[in-house]
Design a protein around this ligand. Structure first.
Ligand code: 4NP
Length: 155
């Protein structure tokens, strides 16, 4: 059985679309079957493509995220997905507040699966350009760690 994963950030135009693209790419490379989607806790950018700066930074590393469109987290996501993975502590606590008591998903911080010390993927939206490279470094490490976890679970 393949796990279903929803990556969650605030706007669904920077961090979680990048995490979706990186995780999809790495899962395919490693032969791990996953259903992957992303969403935002906020609604400002619903229907928009990812931020042009993130599309460009991801493309430089071989990840095409340009086809993605932002959507907001929905009630059904708490039942549809096995994992809701938040990019920072604020998204994580928002998800826990929204979660129905009988939810069937695990709500975790994405970087809890990474080997690194950093737990949160910082929001690059208002920062200078190098924030996007930093975010991609963290996301690549989180994706590797999450795939290790899924492989361990199914072993
Ligand atoms: P994201 O970044 O949560 O990584 O998609 C943001 C994008 C937009 C906004 C905030 C964060 N915004 O306030 O519009």
């Amino acid at each position: 059985m393949s796990a279903k994963v929803l990556l969650v950030c605030l706007g669904n135009i920077c961090r979680s679309p990048a995490a979706e693209g990186v995780l999809r790419h790495k899962a395919r490379e490693r032969g791990v079957k996953l259903t992957i989607d992303s969403a935002g806790t906020g609604a400002w950018h619903v229907g928009d493509p990812p931020d042009a700066r993130m599309i460009k930074a991801a493309a430089k590393r071989g990840y095409d995220i340009s086809y993605q469109r932002a959507r907001q987290v929905e009630f059904s996501d708490f039942y549809e997905f096995d994992y809701l993975l938040a990019m920072d502590l604020s998204n994580h606590s928002n998800l826990l507040e929204m979660a129905p008591p009988n939810r069937s998903c695990d709500i975790r911080l994405f970087l809890d699966f990474s080997d690194g010390e950093v737990r949160e993927t910082p929001d690059p939206y208002y920062g200078s350009g190098d924030g996007f490279e930093r975010v991609l470094d963290l996301i690549e490490s989180g994706a590797d760690g999450f795939l290790n976890h899924v492989e361990d679970e199914s072993a």
